[in-house]
Design a protein around this ligand. Structure first.
Ligand code: ASP
Ligand code: MG
Length: 414
């Protein structure tokens, strides 16, 4: 018998029939002898609708300059969806003859910092929930929410129910945290684009972190960090079928590790190129300081010096949603830095090759560059980490780049 935290995402609890199916699945696991705690997201579409309400009521919202609604009230509104699905799921479990009760974040002792809209869980005082577990009751936690130091409701950022589930698993020392979702695991590449992609049985936390942060939207990045730090074994699996999912585990739990585990891509980037920036100390700070102050995350950066050393080109990427805001920031500093030209391009995509095996094997980047060259795909920006090589290419090449790289790294399903 294992103690399992089972998290169900928005599509899994998308309507009443699906909530009944979730309850049936939980009942089945309980019948196998497992002890269960359930964590649910809001029904699909609900959170978007609630965010829309907040934007609609706030006449002065101007997202381009970062002014938005009172974040305390934003959290009060957008957290409501999870309360509904938690109550409904508890009811559906009761309907099957099981003992169940719902918990909101504060009732379950989910304590966060005060960063509304993107709060971090500080601790979970799981005493109340533990008591229910001891009494054979299945607790159903509303994900995505907690309570801040000021006693007000906080939310954990979009996709935050994954993090609620992992934090709960760590707090109650669960043997496993199962993330039930609408895909049946983590794939070597997006199977909608690469037909020969296959599901991974296992992936390391580090790889999953890279995958999550470059566009494989299976798990909230923070949940993977939390699982890695808390030593929580994660499983990503489908709530719509019975196939085994992908286990996210520590590196030493994977016997045969390939050099490259998977490819990820994101179209959520835009490129800004500053041409002819006067080359003197402090230039990078003068460009990236104001961007950071405007809350714009910069991802890839290259700087190239011109031959005479007087002017440099700086190219970087931001998320596509931030492109207008970033361009506005650059226009403000353009004169003082004497920037000759500013080019922007939103039709770009970032392709990443990921694998912990890269630490001990040379040649991964070389293969990537030569495959892309053979395909006639121009590389615009390159960035690397210990276990990842990423390139920025024109968006039209995403499919060709992914399929040819997938073959080159021996990832194609046979
Ligand atoms: N309902 C929230 C969202 O859509 C949290 C979650 O689903 O994980 O972002
Ligand atoms: Mg999600």
């Amino acid at each position: 018998m294992a103690r399992i935290v089972a998290k169900f995402g928005g599509t899994s609890v998308g309507d009443l029939d699906r909530i009944r199916a979730v309850a049936a699945r939980v009942a089945e696991m309980a019948a196998e002898g497992h002890q269960l705690a359930v964590v649910v997201s809001a029904m699909a579409g609900t959170t978007d609708r609630l965010v829309g309400y907040v934007e609609g009521i706030t006449i002065k919202t101007d997202r381009d300059i970062g002014v938005s609604a009172d974040p305390h009230e934003y959290d009060t509104v957008v957290s409501a969806g999870e309360q509904v699905s938690a109550g409904l799921t508890a009811l559906a479990l009761q309907d099957l003859g099981l003992k169940a009760r719902s918990f909101t974040g504060w009732q379950a002792g989910v304590m966060t910092d005060g960063v509304h809209g993107r709060a971090r869980i500080k601790a979970i005082d799981a005493a109340a929930l533990e008591k229910e577990l001891q009494n054979g009751v299945i607790p159903v936690l509303a994900g995505f929410q907690g309570v801040g130091p000021d006693g007000r409701i906080t939310t954990l950022g979009r996709g935050g129910t994954d993090t609620s589930a992992v934090a709960l698993a760590a707090a109650i020392k669960a043997d496993r945290c199962d993330i039930f979702t609408d895909v049946d695991g983590v794939y070597t590449a997006d199977p909608r684009i690469v037909p020969k992609a296959h599901k991974l049985d296992k992936i390391t936390y580090e790889e999953m972190l890279e995958m999550a942060s470059v566009g494989a939207r299976v798990l909230q990045t923070r949940s993977v960090e939390a699982a890695m730090n808390g030593g929580v074994t994660l499983q990503v699996l489908s709530s719509f079928n019975r196939t085994a999912g992908t286990m996210v585990v520590a590196e030493d739990q994977i016997a045969e590790q390939g050099v490259v585990s998977g490819l990820a891509h994101t179209r959520d980037e835009a490129k800004i190129a500053l041409q002819g920036v006067s080359d003197q100390p402090g230039v990078a700070a003068a460009v990236f300081g104001p961007l950071a102050d405007a809350d714009i995350n910069v991802d890839m950066i290259v700087q190239s010096a011109s031959p005479n050393g007087e002017r440099a080109d700086i190219t970087f990427t931001v998320s596509r949603a931030d492109l207008n805001k970033a361009t506005a920031v650059i226009e403000k500093i353009r004169a003082s830095l004497d920037i000759e030209n500013v080019y922007t391009d939103a039709e770009v995509a970032k392709i990443s090759v990921i694998g912990v095996g890269m630490r001990s094997h040379a040649g991964v980047a070389k293969t990537m560059f030569s495959v892309l060259a053979e395909q006639g795909i121009n590389i615009q920006v390159i960035s690397t980490s210990e276990i990842k090589v990423s390139v920025l290419v024109a968006e039209e090449f995403v499919e060709r780049a992914l399929t040819s790289l997938h073959t080159a790294y021996g990832l194609d399903a046979n």
